[in-house]
Design a binder for this molecule. Sequence first.
Ligand SMILES: NC(=O)c1ccc[n+]([C@@H]2O[C@H](COP(=O)([O-])OP(=O)(O)OC[C@H]3O[C@@H](n4cnc5c(N)ncnc54)[C@H](OP(=O)(O)O)[C@@H]3O)[C@@H](O)[C@H]2O)c1
Length: 234
Amino acid sequence: MAVGERTIAVLGGTGEQGYGLALRWALAGERVLIGSRALERAQEAAARVRQALNGRGAVEGRENPVAVAEADVVVVSVPFSAQATTLKTCRDVFREGQILCDLTVPLASSIGGPATRLIIPPQGSAAEQAAELVPRGVKVVSAFQNVSAEALADLSSPIECDVIVCGANEAKPVIRELIAHLPGARYLDGGPLFNSRIVEAITALLIGFNIRYKVPHSGIRITGIPFEAPGNSP
Ligand SMILES: NC(=O)c1ccc[n+]([C@@H]2O[C@H](COP(=O)([O-])OP(=O)(O)OC[C@H]3O[C@@H](n4cnc5c(N)ncnc54)[C@H](OP(=O)(O)O)[C@@H]3O)[C@@H](O)[C@H]2O)c1
């Protein structure tokens, strides 16, 4: 599906990370639905995106299940403590063939601990937990866990970060196109969803770097793979 023809729902798009992605994708011409538990908050966040883009941008607000029902790609951008509940409230409206992209990082901060510490979900990763909570036939991937919300919101700067995508191979070309909308970011195929536990853990490390080196947003770059390696460009 071409840019503008598909619909991307960002559940929890009222928060920092989801808002930043919605902003970047709307800027690139994608149709975006910001999802929330409350329609009013979703509509307010959508209005903020349109304002940031000087009135442009095909962005609207929806309650989370309504956003899922309308979407081709569903991005889950909520704290780990809210991930299961969010997906359970939408379970009945997911349909076969949809893409679910999970970017949840299971940080201890979501249960009152430090953001530099990771919780290990029983399934091994937040993404594998997400995969258990949606119907079979939904193509589940994980991505964007290492990209900072601040970098996404700053439209004047490139996003200096590789984006490792783990999970369903059929979904990867679409996510690669969405990554291509983030200037400076590079798609890397991270293999199966099982590997998401490694990618999620890196975020806790990056938050520690931000604190120790007093920088706003560290990111990752994998060396030894040419930037334009086959399959990296959409
Ligand atoms: N912030 C970053 O720089 C960053 C970077 C990489 C990855 N991440 C990951 O991305 C995800 C979202 O991060 P964020 O900073 O955007 O989170 P956030 O602002 O704390 O929350 C995002 C949204 O989740 C919903 N939410 C919060 N608590 C909830 C609850 N108890 N039950 C149901 N929904 C709830 C809220 O939406 P409504 O109230 O509108 O429903 C909220 O606006 C997290 O898993 C985080 O680890 C964040």
